[in-house]
Design a protein around this ligand. Structure first.
Ligand code: 5AD
Ligand code: SF4
Length: 461
């Protein structure tokens, strides 16, 4: 049934291609996380099959698509701001405007769109991404607006076209949805319950990527360590099995994964990382808060002590492991003492990278109804956390000087066209001199100096 649905959409791609007799231009704006970026690669893949080609200049576009995120409030402001700008382009180019992604699963947003932004042609949600060709066909053939949103969990659709944004590094979604219902988070409401792809589909995709010359794979899911690949040869196939199998694929040199949940980080996954040398040595362990009291209110299902014990256990088993984390500052009812606990964990675990967020109220989540922390206090705490982390980076960077790293040359540096850029296995950005022909190659680099947000390196081999 699922395969036949993809076949139906392929027919719509052909029908749209027939309608679009000349090549038209599409512009895509992607908000949010790597899962959304991976979804956008599929949207681009479908659009290219329908005779659209990508433009970076929205002013030239005949088709504008916005893939939205709703994890924090600022994305909403961005969407409504952009729509004002795109209205003028629509009038000038007779363009189609489509909006999709997480925010479209929120009723108050789609209602606002219908009421105040009637010029939007297509609205579709996270469970109907694969139906873009059908939606485009309907709009082109009768210029009627389309709204295609499912509230129930979508199926997994294999075999959709994909246009990857990089030639050497690829993301592969291994599971969709989340069952955890952290009290601040909107994701379980907009992405539905956990659904895992079959191991054979994931491994075939990665083998194909390796054949095409891809070197680095990032496995994606909201909670990758609860990946459930079903029963294979009479045994449960879980995330640790998947990591070991991906590690065995020739040609793939670097494996990363986001995001695990500390409560599900079991010994078999730690052992798989220890044994599989291709797996990145930076492990993402989202702390969210260092206070056991707040963690309970967040429904995270671990305490401050359990988190620290987990980090210690991983370090003991994998001595070169370092950690990145996500921290939310100013969760409802967070006291000064709770916040001090967060700073305490940051001091003790010594994270290599911290993604810091100011708590943002989300309609429909339990935390939205709790007593809120005043904005000013949230911002002050955020600045204090940032200052502590910056002190730690300066200290941590020193240990890299003189060390040698096998790295993938990713491209030219964004800030200096003359230089190349790479990353250590622990995700530190390295800037180095070298010829453009090295892009996409794996080389040995020695770190010669540190500069807060990047390291400077020299090629040794
Ligand atoms: N406010 C602030 N940050 C949030 N995150 C998720 N929901 C919220 C929210 N309501 C953060 C968490 C998560 C990351 C992807 O986004 O830290 O790990
Ligand atoms: Fe949101 Fe928690 Fe699920 Fe992560 S684990 S997506 S923070 S509910």
């Amino acid at each position: 049934m699922i395969e036949s649905e993809v076949e139906i959409q392929k027919e719509y791609m052909n029908k749209v291609k027939e309608l679009n007799t000349e090549k038209l231009k599409y512009y895509i704006l992607t908000m949010g996380c790597q899962l959304n970026e991976n979804d956008s690669e599929k949207l681009c893949g479908m659009l290219e099959k329908m005779n659209y080609e990508q433009t970076e200049d929205v002013g030239n576009a005949n088709f504008i698509i916005i893939n939205t995120c709703c994890v924090r409030e600022n994305a909403e402001e961005k969407l409504f701001g952009k729509l004002g700008e795109y209205k003028k382009i629509k009038e000038k180019n007779n363009a189609i405007i489509a909006i999709c992604g997480c925010m479209m699963q929120e009723k108050h947003i789609t209602e606002k769109l219908k009421k105040s932004y009637p010029y939007v042609d297509i609205i579709f949600g996270t469970h109907t991404l694969h139906k873009l060709p059908e939606d485009v066909y309907k709009v082109l053939s009768n210029r009627k607006k389309v709204q295609d949103i499912l509230d129930i969990d979508g199926e997994i659709y294999e075999g959709l076209p994909i246009k990857r944004s990089d030639k050497k590094r690829a993301s592969v979604t291994i599971m969709y949805g989340c069952n955890n219902f952290c009290t601040y988070c909107i994701v379980p409401y907009v992405r539905g319950r956990e659904r895992s792809r079959l191991p054979k589909d994931i491994l075939n995709e990665i083998r194909e990527l390796a054949n095409e010359g891809y070197k680095e794979i990032t496995l994606l899911g909201q909670n990758v360590n609860s990946y459930n690949g079903g029963i294979i040869n009479g045994e449960k196939y879980n995330f640790a099995n998947l990591l070991r199998d991906v590690n065995n694929i020739d040609g793939i040199e670097i494996i990363r994964f986001v995001s695990p949940h500390p409560k599900d980080f079991k010994d078999d996954v730690i052992e798989a990382i220890r044994d599989c040398k291709k797996i990145s040595r930076i492990i993402h362990l989202p702390l969210q808060s260092g206070s056991s009291n707040i963690l309970k209110k967040m429904n995270r299902k671990y305490t401050k002590e359990q988190f620290i014990e987990l980090a210690d256990k991983i370090r003991k088993e994998i001595p070169d492991a370092v950690f990145s984390t996500d921290i939310i500052v100013g969760f409802p009812e967070e006291t000064e003492e709770d916040f001090e606990d967060t700073l305490d964990v940051v001091r003790k675990v010594n994270f290599e990278q911290i993604f810091m967020f100011i708590y943002s109220r989300r309609v429909g989540t339990p935390a939205d109804k709790m007593e809120q922390v005043p904005e000013e206090i949230k911002h002050k705490r955020f600045d204090r956390l940032k200052a502590l982390f910056e002190e730690q980076i300066a200290e941590n960077n020193k240990k890299y000087i003189g060390t040698i790293h096998k790295v993938l040359i990713e491209g030219k540096s964004k800030n200096n066209e003359e230089m190349l850029t790479a990353r250590t296995s622990t995700n530190k950005v390295i800037i180095l001199e070298g010829s453009e022909t090295l892009i996409g190659k794996i080389v040995d680099v020695k770190i010669v100096s540190e500069h807060q947000w990047y390291l400077k390196g020299e090629i040794t081999k």
